[in-house]
Design a protein around this ligand. Structure first.
Ligand code: ADP
Length: 294
């Protein structure tokens, strides 16, 4: 089964064009949707999740059109960006409640499903604790458990790793990657590491348009031999911006390093660098926005 998005546009009532001709084919596995804040990621996710309609274009999951809201929702799991929990209810009780709402009427069956999910997201030992006492990572894993109720064919997770500490992020990566073995998972994120770690394929989206779609490996290869770096005095950064395609400025032990894109050796003390996925991302969005604020 594939998710096929064709020529999707969305203009909000206030005139903001959040999506501008987005076409993507997303197969089973982890697919990353990478873009800066305001790129249109949440708009796209909410449209695929049947929570709002596009202005034009189409979305199909297998044979189903997204406009068939009810049927599509049965195949869909969604973890929104702002995932609120009832603080005074335990994970076990809450999950049981959501399962009942989703139509699992048989209480013994429900108990089994809830237990399996709590085990899967590694919250079984904490199942009796109120959700209000959970850490950010535990809440996100609970969010995944509720999204997985009903065995979705398509799981949408919107910026799930923002605010997680490295250990929690790692645990969350492992969980998502396991789910991606049997499900279409769309991971929307502005964190390059999320895509690097998890995604076989990804798209860069900015200003409501798809700037790149393919594998991280191919994307990085396209910049082979084109990334150059040097350390410069901080007060010269504007001058360098005026003369080179600067895609990143990083401080390292108090010194300022700039990375630029150039087809051939720019001389002037620049050294050749191996390209990274971060270079791909900053190069794509700086071309689009024609300004980089890093
Ligand atoms: P992202 O998830 O990549 O940060 P969004 O889809 O939230 O991007 O936003 C894309 C653009 O649409 C932004 O300019 C945002 O301000 C605008 N936008 C999002 N939701 C609404 C809305 N409900 N009404 C008007 N404009 C919106």
């Amino acid at each position: 089964m594939e998710l096929i998005i064709e020529n999707l546009t969305k203009t909000y009532a206030n005139g903001v064009q959040a999506l501008n001709g987005v076409s993507l084919t997303i197969p089973q596995g982890m697919f990353g949707l990478l873009g800066p804040n305001g790129a249109g990621k949440s708009t796209l996710m909410r449209t695929v999740a049947t929570l709002q309609d596009a202005s034009s274009g189409s979305i199909r999951l297998g044979d189903l059109d997204v406009k068939q809201h009810e049927q599509l929702r049965r195949l869909l799991g969604y973890l929104p960006q702002e995932f609120g929990v009832y603080p005074r209810v335990s994970a076990e009780v809450m999950l049981d409640h959501i399962a009942r709402l989703k139509g699992l009427a048989n209480s013994r069956e429900r108990k089994e499903v809830v237990e399996a999910l709590l085990q899967k997201v590694n919250l079984w030992p904490a199942r009796k604790r109120n959700l209000g006492t959970y850490s950010g990572g535990m809440k996100q894993r609970f969010g995944i458990a509720q999204a997985l109720l009903g065995n979705p064919k398509l799981l949408i997770v919107d910026e799930p790793t923002a605010g997680l500490d490295p250990a929690e992020r790692n645990r969350f990566y492992n969980l998502l990657s396991e789910i991606g073995e049997s499900t279409i998972v769309i991971l929307s994120t502005h964190i390059v590491e999320d895509v690097q770690t998890l995604c076989k394929r990804f798209a860069i989206i900015c200003g409501g348009e798809v700037l790149y779609v393919g594998t991280p490996h191919d994307a990085v290869n396209m910049l082979n031999g084109k990334i150059w770096a040097k350390s410069i005095p901080k007060n010269e950064v504007e001058e360098y911006r005026a003369n080179y395609r600067v895609i990143a400025t990083n401080l390292n032990e108090g010194r300022l390093f700039i990375r630029i894109v150039a087809d051939s050796n720019p001389g002037n003390g620049f050294e050749a660098m191996d390209p990274s996925l971060e270079d791909v991302y900053f190069n794509a969005i700086s071309e689009k926005m024609d300004l980089v604020t890093l």
